[in-house]
Design a protein. Structure first.
Length: 67
């Protein structure tokens, strides 16, 4: 599995574990809901800065999103 698919699956899993919608995660990360959707569907290729904002919003390390 490539890194974009791992990132997408981990974001979606962690978001759902917290009971958050894509909109809630987007609000926490300061992003648009459609951008979160695009990451989870692997149609967006987020920058490392955006991935870090998502990690901070989820309360995890950036590496946790890539493992």
């Amino acid at each position: 599995m490539d890194v974009r698919h791992r990132l997408a699956e981990n974001i979606k899993r962690l978001r759902k574990e917290r009971g958050w919608s894509q909109e809630a995660l987007a609000d926490e990360a300061g992003l648009d809901r459609t951008y979160i959707s695009g990451i989870e569907r692997v149609v967006r290729n987020p920058t490392i800065t955006v991935a870090d904002r998502v990690a901070v919003a989820l309360g995890c390390r950036l590496g946790d999103l890539l493992d």
